[in-house]
Design a protein around this ligand. Structure first.
Ligand code: BTN
Length: 250
C-alpha cells in the first residue's frame, strides 16, 4: 500500500481545515500522537501501522501494516461537541464507503459495518481545561484489504472493503474523500446540522430489531426503538424503555 501518495499530498495542500498532515510508517497510535504533538491547531496524523492502536471501550485496534488506513484528525478548540463529532465523522466515513457498496451501514453510534462485520471504526477522544473542551481527536481505522480470515480473533468480526468490492481501492483516494467530506460538514456545521443528523439516522442499521446492549458491565436485551437527534439510542426491554448516550450494541 502507498498511503502517502500524491493524492494525500494534494489533500494536504488543498485542505481548508487542516494545516498539516504527518505521515508515519509505524507509530503507537495516531490518536496518541495527536495528543502528544504540541503547538499546532488542526492537523492529521496518518500511519501505515500502529503498534498500540486503540478502539472504543479500551479495546485494542489490531493495526497490521499494509491493508488498512489509520488516521486521526486533531481539532483545536472544536466548534462541535462530542456527540456531533460522532455523527458527523461516522456519516462522512459511511457515505464515502457506500460509494463502493450500498450495503454498508452504521451500527450505533459509529461503527461502520457490512453484514454485521466491522469495516471501519471511529474513536473520538477529547481534552479539557476545566470543563472547556480544548481539543478533539477523531481517529478512524478502515479495513481496506487486510485478510481477516488469517486473524483468528477477528475473522468473525471484521471484513475488508476488498472482500465486498473485490478490488483494492487506493488508501489515498478513500482518505482524500473522507477528509473532504468531513471538512465540508465541519466548516458548515451550523447550516448542515439538521441534514447531517437526518442522514446519520438513515444509515443506522437494526432499528426495530432485537439487540443486546452493553452498558458498562451490564447486558440489556431489548428492541432498538430509535436513535435521537442528540445521537442517543432508545432500547425497549421487558421492563422499560431507556435512552442511552453511551454503550455498545453487541
Ligand atoms: C472502534 O471501533 O473501537 C474504534 C476504532 C478506532 C481505530 C482508529 S485507527 C486510527 C486511530 N488510532 C487509534 O489508536 N485508534 C483509531
Amino acid at each position: 500500500m502507498k498511503p502517502f501518495s500524491n493524492i494525500i499530498e494534494t489533500a494536504a495542500n488543498s485542505s481548508l481545515l487542516f494545516n498539516k498532515i504527518f505521515y508515519y510508517k509505524t507509530i503507537s497510535s495516531t490518536n496518541d500522537k495527536c495528543f502528544s504533538t504540541g503547538g499546532l491547531k488542526n492537523f492529521i496524523v496518518i500511519a501505515d501501522k500502529q503498534t498500540a492502536g486503540k478502539g472504543r471501550f479500551n479495546k485494542k485496534w489490531i493495526s497490521p501494516a499494509s491493508g488498512s488506513l489509520y488516521f486521526s484528525a486533531y481539532i483545536y478548540r472544536p466548534v462541535i461537541d462530542y456527540n456531533d463529532a460522532v455523527m458527523l465523522t461516522s456519516l462522512a466515513v459511511v457515505q464515502v464507503l457506500r460509494r463502493y457498496n450500498r450495503e454498508i451501514r452504521l451500527k450505533w453510534p459509529n461503527d461502520i459495518i457490512i453484514k454485521s462485520k466491522k469495516v471501519s471504526g471511529v474513536l473520538i477522544e477529547q481534552s479539557f481545561e476545566g470543563i472547556e473542551p480544548i481539543s478533539l481527536v477523531i481517529g478512524v481505522g478502515i479495513n481496506l484489504f487486510t485478510d481477516f480470515s488469517k486473524i483468528a480473533s477477528l475473522k468473525d468480526k471484521a471484513l475488508s472493503l476488498k472482500d465486498i468490492t473485490e478490488k483494492e481501492i487506493e488508501a489515498g483516494i478513500i482518505f482524500r474523500d473522507i477528509v473532504e467530506l468531513f471538512e465540508k460538514y465541519y466548516i458548515h456545521f451550523t447550516k448542515l446540522k439538521k441534514k447531517i443528523i437526518k442522514d446519520w439516522k438513515k444509515c443506522i442499521s437494526g432499528i426495530n430489531k432485537e439487540v443486546r446492549f452493553r452498558m458498562k458491565d451490564r447486558i440489556i436485551k431489548g428492541r432498538l426503538i430509535r436513535v435521537n437527534n442528540d445521537g442517543s439510542v432508545v432500547i425497549r426491554s421487558a421492563k422499560r424503555e431507556m435512552t442511552y448516550h453511551f454503550g455498545e450494541i453487541v
